[in-house]
Design a binder for this molecule. Structure first.
Ligand SMILES: Nc1nc2c(ncn2[C@@H]2O[C@H](COP(=O)(O)OP(=O)(O)OP(=O)(O)O)[C@@H](O)[C@H]2O)c(=O)[nH]1
Length: 375
């Protein structure tokens, strides 16, 4: 993937993360809406029990209870599902369906129970409907269109009916509700934009942090871990092997006569040699092993759960692989390697690395291009 392609891919990835964050926010914020909408309807029915048609109220409350149970079971499924399955693709449609159903039942129910000739009760019904629509702003702020649709479904049936009534007071109430709603819709846009910006910024900061952390831990030339990252990870591995009484071996590798390669062919060729050695090392070890470039032409590897004999054999294979490299115009390439085991040397990482280093210098002293084991 080229630079532009990678950037587009990362932007797409951030967009997906922001959508997932919005969905999580929606589910977290709106659990209370299920109880709130049922309570509001229940309270309205209780307050107006003598003024409204009981059969209609009971029918409304039963339908609302059904849609609330449906919504609650969706919330339960969402919160019980593994994080990897809480995706917008999986949940947004479900959410929309249950939202439209419950807001529709609320709005149509309020319209059905509204008496044609009792202004006080009409005002009370409108008061509760307006309260419901205001709470939609706080519950669905992560999804602006959900706010608007739920407000419309709750408010419009009663409001439109009032708008076309002959009385000035009824018409005025409807117009006031519509004007008030238009302000709420405007505010919901600002709120959802602010939320989305906050989610995007958080994700971008996380991405920048992970890029800078990776850069701080990586050796630029070879792409392997740098010295600091190697010793940080090595300490964790060393402690873990010590706790679990696992054998742990260290390999120290140093190129032979590397100065001559630089002197004879130039620094760029020297750099290319280091890059290719980095690739050989990268391809030679397990995921559980730790390896990095300690500096110059020196590399280190830690092999958990590995005996000294096996580590020595792995070291032999590594210097044979390096000797087989053909990097034009370099004629001959070789490396020396020292091996040590945590069973044979002192009680900390530094001792283990020093022992492998001393073995490396013995390999150099014995004529290079070979492996020496710490005694
Ligand atoms: N091209 C290149 N050279 C480097 C880099 N880092 C260190 N060097 C060179 O590596 C060389 C190391 O030389 P020495 O320490 O004398 O080791 P050597 O020539 O390999 O000799 P022995 O280790 O004794 O076999 C020096 O010339 C450094 O300048 C690097 O990142 N790129």
């Amino acid at each position: 993937m080229n630079g532009l392609g990678r950037e587009q891919h990362q932007d797409f990835f951030i967009e997906e993360q922001v959508r997932t964050d919005r969905l999580r926010q929606l589910f977290r914020q709106s659990v209370s809406a299920v109880f709130g909408s049922y309570l509001a309807a229940g309270m309205l029915c209780w307050l107006c029990w003598d003024r409204l048609e009981p059969r209609l109220m009971i029918g409304w409350l039963v339908l609302l209870a059904g849609s609330s149970v449906l919504r609650l079971s969706m919330f339960l499924q969402y919160f019980r599902s593994p994080r990897s399955e809480r995706t917008p693709q999986r949940w947004e449609r479900h959410y929309w369906i249950t939202l439209v159903l419950s807001a529709g039942i609320w709005g149509m129910g309020a319209f059905a129970v509204m008496p044609a000739d009792d202004r006080l009760t009409q005002a009370l019904v409108m008061l509760f409907a307006v309260g419901m629509s205001v709470s939609a702003v706080s519950c669905y702020s992560a999804y602006r269109y959900m706010t608007i649709v739920s407000m419309a479904l709750v408010l419009l049936p009663c409001t439109l009916w009032l708008l076309f009534q002959p009385s000035k007071m009824q018409m005025g109430m409807a117009v006031a509700v519509l004007v008030f709603s238009s302000f709420v819709v405007g505010a919901s846009r600002k709120l959802s934009e602010a939320l989305e910006t906050a989610f995007r910024l958080t994700r971008e900061i996380e991405r920048a942090h992970s890029i800078s952390t990776r850069a701080a831990q990586t050796d630029e030339l070879t792409g392997l871990m740098n010295r600091r990252a190697f010793f940080e990870k090595a300490q964790v591995l060393y402690d873990q092997c010590k706790r679990t009484h696992q054998p742990l071996c260290a390999l120290m590798l140093d190129m032979d006569h590397f100065k001559a390669i630089n002197d004879n062919y130039g620094h760029q060729v020297g750099d290319q040699v280091l890059r290719e050695i980095g690739q050989v090392i990268n391809a030679s070890f397990r995921q559980s092993d730790i390896y990095g470039r300690l500096g110059g032409e020196e590399f280190a590897v830690l092999l958990p759960d590995t005996t000294l004999e096996v580590a020595r054999e792995i070291g032999e294979q590594l210097i044979r692989a390096i000797a087989r490299l053909s990097i034009d115009p370099v004629q001959v390439l070789s490396a020396s390697l020292g091996v040590a085991s945590n069973y044979a040397v002192g009680d900390d990482l530094q001792h283990l690395m020093n022992a492998a280093d001393q073995a490396l210098y013995r390999a150099k002293a014995m004529g290079r291009n070979q492996v020496a084991v710490a005694s």
